[in-house]
Ligand binder design. Structure first.
Ligand SMILES: Nc1nc2c(c(=O)[nH]1)N(C=O)[C@@H](CNc1ccc(C(=O)N[C@@H](CCC(=O)O)C(=O)O)cc1)CN2
Ligand SMILES: Nc1nc2c(ncn2[C@@H]2O[C@H](COP(=O)(O)OP(=O)(O)OP(=O)(O)O)[C@@H](O)[C@H]2O)c(=O)[nH]1
Ligand SMILES: [Mg+2]
Length: 456
């Protein structure tokens, strides 16, 4: 249990209708009484019941500098599980900052990043995966990403991991009894039963791990490089996806020299688009530098849209590009579908996950491209209400658990004996406990809350 009382602005910085300063800790009511005077002289802050509000004035010493509302929560019925008072003042940073300063003068300590949610976790209000979901929810900018975070906040992941842990714990109890007391009358586990439990647990973990990348795309978006030879229609594609004239388009080959960035929302996914200089051999030093940057973007991107000019025969540059895309998350867009086709798409098909004819001058192609991107990145298969893993920490723990269960299965099929199986199941259980944050070390907890902002 923390003994300090903390204060911070809970709302986003900048101009806004209302700003909220939040107090949490045993002295919240005492601090609030100094900085907030109820307008009704019959009311006292110290007597306010939980889930009630009072109107009044915010004070610095004897000076009232704003009017506003105080909202009261009584431990343990609050976000943090401690006494909490929320002070709503007028928006804009100046008033809210002055209010925090008054709270600190009245005895509160400035809150560290994530400290409210850390206290909620330490007081048992939230599990570790739920605390992480709070962070994801705050930073989500799309409906689907926010839905995934909300499912985790509601405990979807914690519940799923709990169920797998229960299955392994039951198995382990049986294994331990059998290993420790072989002479007693513990019925030996049938291999078939052992294998079916382990296989089921492994299957659930495999699904979570398989969906990780798609979930990350929904939560965080993806960097997308638009590449291809000059005049293929890359900038036209950028403008189509952006919905406005972002980049210069001309019939001159070599129009785009520098990388042009634009974030767009395509269906459920935020794409950070990078339109690049057309790829070709050149003597021009400026263009050459642009092309070097094009290749670099291609190598770094989480998604590649390779644009080909379908109205012309395939060239050496096209082939070089296709080869560079092999094994990458890349879609070939064969552009200028409105003109007679000269392009032999068969030759590059093997290097791409998909080859799609489009006309980047036509709005209809946007939908076709959106569907292809969702299919390639797997976001169309994600159930936003289902359990999902978020962040490297969760992924690493789930992978360790899955590998340990796979090890247990190998031990069974290799006939290594039940104690070998038991060791693997122990490892799997430890990894699942790490994932949910039971027995989480100070380091792990610090790592999780470091990513938070002040006031959360
Ligand atoms: N004004 C305000 N709005 C907010 C928050 C907040 O801290 N303050 N939250 C901050 O992120 C989120 C909501 N989180 C909250 C979680 C629990 C409790 C709470 O009072 N829990 C009690 C009562 C539960 C019940 O009645 O069933 C409890 O846990 O005992 C409040 C807010 C979003 N909206
Ligand atoms: N007919 C037809 N013309 C297109 C289509 N898409 C683009 N164009 C034309 O192709 C030319 C080149 O388009 P851009 O978008 O500038 O091509 P780019 O790939 O960005 O070219 P660089 O910046 O030079 O590398 C322009 O004249 C476009 O109007 C299409 O689908 N059909
Ligand atoms: Mg261009």
């Amino acid at each position: 249990m923390e003994h300090s009382t903390i204060a911070a602005i809970a709302t986003a910085p900048g101009a806004g209708g209302i700003a909220v300063v939040r107090l949490s800790g045993p002295e919240s009511y005492a601090v609030a009484a100094k900085v907030f005077h109820p307008a009704n002289p019959a009311k006292r802050v110290e007597d306010a019941k939980g889930y009630t509000a009072l109107f009044g004035h915010f004070m610095e010493g004897e000076e009232a500098f704003d009017e506003g509302v105080a909202l009261f929560f009584r431990a343990p019925h609050s976000y943090t599980g401690e006494d909490v008072v929320e002070l709503s003042c007028h928006g804009g940073s100046a008033v809210a900052r002055r209010l925090v300063e008054s709270c600190i003068a009245a005895g509160a300590a400035p809150a560290a990043p994530g400290e409210y949610t850390r206290r909620a976790f330490l007081n048992g209000k939230l599990g570790l995966t739920q605390a992480e979901a709070v962070m994801d929810l705050i930073s989500a900018d799309g409906r689907q990403g926010a839905a995934l975070a909300n499912a985790s906040l509601n405990g979807a992941l914690a519940k799923k991991i709990g169920a797998e842990k229960d299955a392994l714990t039951a198995l382990q109890a049986h294994l331990t009894a059998w290993v420790d007391f072989p002479e007693e009358d513990v019925p030996a586990l049938e291999d078939a039963q052992l294998v079916s439990t382990l296989t089921a647990v492994k299957g659930e973990l495999d699904t979570l791990i398989r969906n990780y990348d798609a979930g990350a795309v929904l939560r965080e978006g993806v960097d997308c490089a638009i590449v291809g030879r000059p005049n293929a229609g890359k900038s036209t594609l950028l403008n189509l996806l952006a919905g406005f004239d972002r980049a210069i388009v001309t019939p001159v080959a070599g129009t785009t020299r520098d990388v042009v960035e634009q974030a767009v929302r395509l269906g459920d996914i935020r794409l950070n688009l990078f339109d690049t200089a057309g790829l070709r051999e050149t003597e021009d030093a400026i263009e050459a530098e642009g092309i070097r940057r094009s290749w670099k973007k291609l190598d770094e991107a989480g998604l590649i849209l390779a644009v080909f000019d379908g109205s012309e025969p395939l060239t050496r540059e096209d082939l070089a590009l296709a080869q560079r895309c092999a094994g990458r998350p890349a879609i070939a867009l064969v552009n200028k579908e409105d003109k007679p086709t000269q392009f032999d798409a068969e030759i590059i098909a093997g290097d791409f996950a998909m080859v799609i004819p489009v006309c980047c001058q036509e709005e209809g192609s946007r939908r076709v491209i959106a569907a292809a991107v969702a299919r390639l990145l797997g976001t169309n298969n994600i159930d936003p209400h289902a359990a999902s893993l978020s962040g490297q920490r969760q992924l690493a723990a789930a992978t360790r658990a899955r590998d340990a269960v796979a090890g247990a299965l190998d031990a069974v099929s290799g006939g290594f004996g039940l104690d070998a199986v038991s060791v693997c199941v122990d490892d799997a259980l430890a990894a699942l406990c790490d994932l949910t944050g039971e027995n989480a070390s100070e380091n792990v907890i610090n790592e999780v809350f470091e990513r938070f902002c002040v006031g959360k």
